[in-house]
Design a protein around this ligand. Structure first.
Ligand code: BGC
Length: 422
């Protein structure tokens, strides 16, 4: 634990030594031309709005330039993904040229002295895998394991932290309940099957990674949402808290017991928002916490991150914030968001929570999945005509935080403290 320091003009809210600072991306959202994936194929159909991922951010070709910028902005870590559909374009057939590509990508990070968190699955699947029933197929965990067994020995040397699957809960919900990700189903039985197969796949992949290198550090990145009661009055608060607790268990935690707690060396938490439960006519309804809204209308609620960190500390595992960011075109808002959330992380660390890193979503403006290129999550602006990159003002504020390994007093003033909690 770090000493509690009084805040004076000279002081900084310090983070632990060797804290990992950086940003995250996913392959499909930035690389461009991911032609063998189910997403690409889905985009060619009429079910989607007018955008296509196309060249996306062209990170596939411009990764060195992007890593130069990340380095310039002070980042010491980067989270990125492999695109499974490039590496294994047909069942059991691996493309050596694509593995070489990713070797070069990881080497580029190493050359810049940056640590690597590598995601193996982030929403997109090879088209052949989707044709075989995708994650509903009972063989899906074996297919995923075959991929992991192929790439880990070739790329593992340059990986510090492995993420097997990004957000199993939001993937299954979007693809099999809401139906806004491919395969666009609304089928509760399929949802349960997929969730279970992803839990099995994570466990198998973690075992394989540990077998290949017993020192590997393996986890998932989990979308965590803060749930709480709306009312303070004890009569209303009671049932609202119960609804919040049940939802918290089902949405935020159930993957861990299902996949086996021991298969998680760390917890990767992706945090964007909180909801309160409000009893109306005896029934619980949900609404965003935080009065201020971002460009997609989500409430901004930094305190939720603190509360979740404290709750997740009960797992007794190191925690990394693997995503946290805001879709906005207002740099003052992004700056406030960044500082107020980091302040909440610091508050949790002061209470003894073992947080080891913070990776902002995202390094670059990118393709926000089914919502296209409008939402602007990047620390670096991308002009989608020219694909020129320009760091945004908030990225320099982040740089200052990284260089101080903490939040300097003068920056606290930039955040108006809204929602900073107490
Ligand atoms: C996902 C990202 C996505 C971000 C913002 C996370 O749930 O992992 O792929 O872009 O949220 O919506």
């Amino acid at each position: 634990m770090i000493e509690d320091q009084p805040i004076t003009d000279k002081l900084v809210l310090k983070f632990p030594q060797n804290f990992l600072w950086g940003a995250a991306t996913s392959a499909f959202q930035v690389e461009g031309n991911v032609r063998n994936s189910d997403w690409w194929r889905w985009e060619q159909t009429a079910q989607l709005p007018s955008f296509r991922s196309g060249l996306a951010v062209d990170h596939y070709n411009r990764f060195r330039e992007d890593f130069d910028l990340a380095k310039l902005l002070g980042h010491n870590t980067h989270r990125l993904g492999l695109e499974w559909s490039r590496i294994e374009p047909a069942p059991g057939e691996f493309d050596p040229a694509e593995i070489t590509h990713y070797k070069e990508v990881l080497e580029a990070l190493k050359e810049r002295d940056m640590k690597v968190m590598l995601t193996l699955h982030h929403f997109s699947n090879p088209a052949w895998f989707a044709d075989q029933g995708g994650w509903e197929n009972t063989q899906a965990p074996n297919h995923f394991e075959r991929f992991v067994r192929e790439v880990a020995p070739q790329l593992g040397e340059d990986v510090n932290l492995w993420v097997t699957i990004n957000e199993p809960s939001s993937y299954t919900k979007s693809a099999y309940i809401v139906g806004d990700f491919p395969p666009q189903k609304k089928d509760f039985t399929a949802f349960l099957k997929v969730f279970w197969n992803m839990a099995r796949a994570h466990k198998k992949a973690a075992d394989t990674l540990h077998e290949i290198d017993p020192q590997s550090k393996v986890g998932i990145t989990n979308l965590v949402v803060a749930y709480d009661s709306y009312h303070q009055h004890p009569l209303l608060k009671g049932p609202e808290k119960v609804a919040a607790k049940i939802t918290d268990f089902l949405a935020n935690r159930i993957f861990y017991p299902l996949s086996g707690r021991d298969s998680h060396d760390f917890l990767g938490l992706n945090y964007y928002m909180g909801y309160s439960f409000r009893l109306k006519a005896g029934l619980p309804t949900m609404q965003f916490m935080g009065e201020e809204k971002n460009d997609l209308g989500w409430g901004i609620y930094p305190k939720g991150l603190h509360d979740l960190l404290v709750r997740f500390s009960k797992f007794d595992k190191p925690i990394y914030i693997t995503e946290n960011g805001i879709p906005t075109r207002d740099e003052n808002q992004r700056t406030r968001f960044l500082i107020s959330h980091l302040r909440e992380v610091h508050r949790a660390i002061q209470k003894g929570v073992d947080v080891r890193g913070y990776l902002h979503w995202s390094l670059l403006d990118n393709m926000e999945l089914n919502l296209g290129f409008d939402p602007r999550f990047g620390l670096i602006e991308v002009d989608f005509e020219t694909r020129n990159r320009t760091p945004k003002p908030a990225s320099y504020v982040y740089k200052q935080i990284i260089e101080n390994n903490g939040i300097p007093q003068e920056l606290l003033k930039l955040s108006d403290g809204r929602g900073a909690g107490n």
